[in-house]
Design a protein around this ligand. Sequence first.
Ligand code: ADP
Ligand code: MG
Length: 622
Amino acid sequence: MAKISINLKEGAIKKDENIVVGIDLGTTNSLVAYVQEDKALAVKGKDGKNTLVPSIIHFDKQDVIVGDKAKLMLVEDPEHTIYSVKRLLGKSYEDIEAYQQNLGYRIIDQDDDALVKIEVDGTYHSPISLSAEILKYLKKRIEEELNQEIQKVVITVPAYFNDSQRQATRDAGKLAGLEVLRIVNEPTAAALAYGIGLSQEEEKTVAVYDLGGGTFDVSILNISGGIFDVISTNGDTFLGGDDFDKKIIEFWKSRYFSTREDFYTDKSFYQSIRIQAEKAKKMLSTSSKFTTKIGNQEIQLTIDEFDDMIRGLVERTIESCKMAMEDAGLSPKDIDEVIMVGGSTRVPLVRKSVGNFFEQNIHIDLNPDEVVALGAAVQANVLAGKQEGVLLLDITPLSLGIETMGGLMDVIISRNTKIPASLAREYTTSVDGQKNLKIGVYQGERDLVEHNRKLGEFILSNIPSMPAGIPKIQIQFILDADGILVVKAKELRSEVEQSITIKSQYGISEEEMAKMLLDSIKNAKSDMTVKALKEAVNEGNNIVVNSERFLRQHSSWLSDEQKNKMSSLLGELKEQLKGENKDLINQAMTRLNDYSAPIAHEAMDRVIQSSLGGKSVDKIDT
Ligand code: ADP
Ligand code: MG
């Protein structure tokens, strides 16, 4: 029961108005938790049985059914039953095309740029509205528990979720009538559930191993001064406990039902096999043998058989841990805590393998399938101001920047910057009298914007006419606590300004996100070569513009020889700029510079002399 206080005078029950709850919106299961008397608790349904709500939605004739009842319909009525919507949140059709056949329902793309929709009986549902159904169910559950209306929540997402997936999660919350105070990374929540990182002085490196129903991820966190830094993540978005179930089903098929032709097609039979397989797996987490009957057939499974069939899958997760550690540049002795998350980490072989890999004891005291929600509740409690002196910050997973000359990415907020953050940088124009400046905003780690993801663009217009290089254009990136980006551009001399808020239409897949990070490492060398060339070209172009202007402005006193020589060196540079050899461009620049530098000095002297009424610079200096 919730903590309530009774106003004796009026006889009314005074509710805790200031309550924020935590929600784990999972791929397989979702749950809601809150803090009561300094202890995080996951909420059970009215029947008091389960804290976990299967993230499954079934469309009955009139009703929308969520949770356990919907899970029963998965085999019986797959066309009207939707699962794993989290995989589709914030994604475009293009993002998920590759794995749409893995999902039992129909995914529609209405137009290229838009987010995907799911068709059920001719009605289209967005992943956001489907997630909202799950959230509404959880909202009802907590409201029944606390006997009061709940609005303020914290929702967790995987560390690798990009901003549009985060935005989609937030939108789902809004649609469910919730006020989402913060989106929190799941590994961060898991650490908080164990009380790690709550004190400002604490400095720790933590590994969070999360094996759920259909996904696996491992995150390495650096915790310092209340800041949770995700230093690396790795994983497999198609590996989880469901694959363990499939192994058991295949095993039983070949052992007991090898001649049965309708094994997969007899729905009620297959449903009972599936249910028994998951039951067997769960039972083997605490005992060494499982026995049951399906029809007249006795069915068995021992822990040794089970371990053998899943060994390869578990090994794959350990490979991911290895890569995450390599990316973080750490070895097992650098890890202070290992936290186990996700229902599938109850499997003994999983625990043993992870413990062996990290060479230490692992955290298994809290229910692994509740730990994220419990941590979300802790974070929620902090946001409600009930835990003094604790301030929890988040970080941005990919760098944000703009396109500069030659298609180069200029990073303004680098990856792993703690947010909220606001950073600015000054730029200028490259052409005389330039009135407009197009600002392309990108996300990613590569040196060239064409390899990164475009988030949006806008134009700073009405820049007063000035020579190239004179305008001072300040570009400011403001990233709020939820990862929503506002970009402002301002010409400081004239105060002309423009801004955009970036709520990108669709996101990139986790695979693509991981690929972006990986590519940036793999291509670092070739990127550097291209970058050096582009920089040489940019500089060369600037010199061309400036030299041409110089020749125009000073043609009255320059000798013909000077003019001809400069023009010819300028011609050579222009010629090299058409090519792709940065060394030749640099050489041509140097030749032109070497020749024109003394002339430029002379020009400067003349300008100063004339402004001083004929006195020479030398005389003033001495
Ligand atoms: P997700 O984070 O993907 O929503 P969960 O963390 O709830 O998923 O994990 C769900 C998975 O955990 C399912 O595959 C379920 O069968 C498995 N699981 C739950 N309890 C146990 C158990 N006792 N032993 C083994 N696996 C379990
Ligand atoms: Mg989970």
